[in-house]
Design a protein around this ligand. Structure first.
Ligand SMILES: Cc1cc2nc3c(=O)[nH]c(=O)nc-3n(C[C@H](O)[C@H](O)[C@H](O)COP(=O)(O)OP(=O)(O)OC[C@H]3O[C@@H](n4cnc5c(N)ncnc54)[C@H](O)[C@@H]3O)c2cc1C
Length: 480
């Protein structure tokens, strides 16, 4: 007897996109996630770019997934009520002698099927983006590129999958997988489980699980990318996502607005041994700040409000591995999902769910709910509507995060909705409380109180991000 038809290892965008697509069918699915929430791996620390699709080689899985993911993102964002904008991207060419490189990108994009690609001359670029460097010679313009909020994408996929019947087991770390005559036995720190099919969407750890069941070994290197995030006052410095063609100073870094109106600078690309090594380093941040000026002028770099790093799951063949392991039937890899993994996730979900649907001859549900409503934002309402909302529920009039203007009502919703937040970071990623200029300096004590109240726990049990990350310690209740 199986506990589940399908176990998905990993609650990042890949795992949750597969879960949501599978939830259209009558099938018993569970996501095993070692952390206390979804969106705790690479999906929480990236550029948030929905790539157009001219980077990956023609015919590669990366190129196919990128194009299809980009195409699906618009409908998905509408259905899941998450911020997405086609702001376009520019790849800058700074010297005439580098033009063959730019044309190569253009040709690859056309071969991959990217629509409306154009090479712009210097005047056209500067007219479109006046803050681009005066050194610009030409640029590749891709209007289909966009920006999305990676947290909201990941969380919304999970919420919608959950509402449609997918189970989520948090704080459940898979430690071993064994192939059985039929199906798989999974050992976790929360018990033993049997599944007919396993989807391996474990990010930088996907090689570990693949190598447990297959003789054909793969290797994933954690490739760190450091970032600086600028305050919203700098958010309109450029409108499009600005890349540079690799040139005499090596591979450039990007400058882009985020879906919430900040400006993001980065990332670096530094191979490391530690699959948990998401700390930034001084050298990494110096590299970012040293390079951004080559593409964009007058950047207000004093407006940096935080820095962070994410780990690309770089597979040695430089390709997405999205297939059933040949010598372990029923084990579906979703490995090596580095960039453009965020862009590709709708396509990855569609493809893997399609594969499993055929294999299991699954029936569609009649009652699948495709639409998910995000957290109600008083800021998005006009004066009268807001006043009416506050009269109805005064918690929407109580501002908790002053930088982002997030109310108690929004935080309560984030905690109490399906797969709601259990930690400060969970609240932050769902509401943006703590993501502003003061980086939660003012709001975290108040958010902790709301978490303790709504989750019926002692404030000393409130954590930053689950596990042992408690914020208040001590035994004297009177001082709390
Ligand atoms: C610096 C950087 C910039 C990027 N920029 C972009 C971009 O602009 N656009 C784009 O399209 N893509 C971008 N990407 C790529 C994109 O972020 C990833 O491809 C995507 O987030 C990968 O999602 P995932 O679900 O495969 O992995 P993850 O988000 O890492 O999820 C894997 C999950 O598995 C869980 N897990 C691991 N081991 C276990 C275990 N033993 N048991 C249970 N659970 C486990 C982890 O906790 C994690 O939650 C970028 C990546 C980086 C690092």
């Amino acid at each position: 007897m199986y506990d589940y038809d399908v176990v998905i290892i990993g609650g990042g965008v890949s795992g949750c996109a597969v879960a949501r697509e599978l939830s259209r069918c009558k099938v018993n699915v569970c996501v095993f996630e070692k952390e206390e929430d979804v969106c705790c791996g690479t999906s929480k620390a990236n550029s948030g770019i929905v790539h157009a699709g001219y980077d990956a080689p023609e015919g590669s899985v990366k190129a196919r997934m990128n194009l299809r993911g980009n195409e699906l993102m618009e409908t998905l964002a509408e259905e899941l009520d998450i911020p997405f904008e086609r702001n376009g991207s520019l790849v800058l060419c700074l010297r005439r002698e580098d033009m063959p490189g730019l044309r190569k990108l253009y040709d690859r994009g056309i071969a991959n099927g990217v629509k409306e690609l154009r090479i712009l001359d210097r005047e056209e670029v500067l007219e479109m983006e006046p803050n681009v460097t005066d050194e610009v010679f030409a640029a590749l313009y891709a209007p289909s590129a966009g920006i999305v909020c990676p947290f909201e994408l990941n969380i919304a996929l999970a919420e919608n999958a959950y509402v449609n019947g997918v189970e989520f087991r948090f704080r459940t770390e898979v430690t071993e997988i064994k192939k059985l005559e039929e199906g798989f036995a999974l050992t976790t720190d929360a018990g033993e489980f049997k599944a007919r099919y396993v989807v391996n969407a474990a990010g930088v750890y996907a090689d570990r699980f693949h190598n447990m069941v297959s003789k054909d070994k793969i290797h994933i290197t954690a490739r760190r990318g450091d970032y600086c995030l600028l305050d919203k006052s700098a958010g309109k410095h450029v409108r499009s996502t600005i890349f540079t063609l690799p040139g005499e100073y090596g591979k450039g870094v990007l400058v882009a607005p985020t879906a919430h109106g900040n400006l993001i600078l980065g990332p670096t690309a530094i191979d490391i041994e530690d699959k948990e090594g998401t700390n930034t380093t001084r050298e990494g941040l110096d590299q970012v700040l040293g390079k951004v000026g080559l593409s964009v002028k007058n950047l207000p770099v004093r407006q940096v409000i935080t820095s962070f790093a994410g780990l690309r799951a770089h597979e040695s063949q430089d390709e997405f591995i999205i297939e059933e392991a040949e010598d372990a039937r029923g084990f579906i890899d979703c490995a090596g999902i580095e960039s453009p993994g965020l862009t590709s996730c709708p396509a990855i979900g569609e493809y893997i769910a399609g594969m499993l649907r055929d294999r299991m001859e699954l029936e569609e549900k009649e009652d699948f709910i495709a639409v998910r409503k995000g957290i109600l934002r008083p800021q998005s309402l006009d004066r009268e509507e807001r006043a009416a909302l506050i009269r109805q529920n005064p918690a929407y009039g109580n501002i908790i995060c002053r930088c982002e203007m997030i109310t108690e009502g929004e935080i309560m919703d984030a905690i109490n909705r399906p797969l709601g937040a259990r930690s400060l970071d969970g609240v932050k990623r769902r509401t943006r409380a703590g993501m502003g200029r003061c980086q939660s300096g003012f709001c975290s004590p108040r958010t902790m109180e709301i978490l303790a109240r709504e989750r019926h726990m002692d404030i000393r049990e409130v954590t930053k991000s689950g596990g042992n990350s408690r914020i208040v310690t001590g035994t004297n209740k009177d001082v709390l």
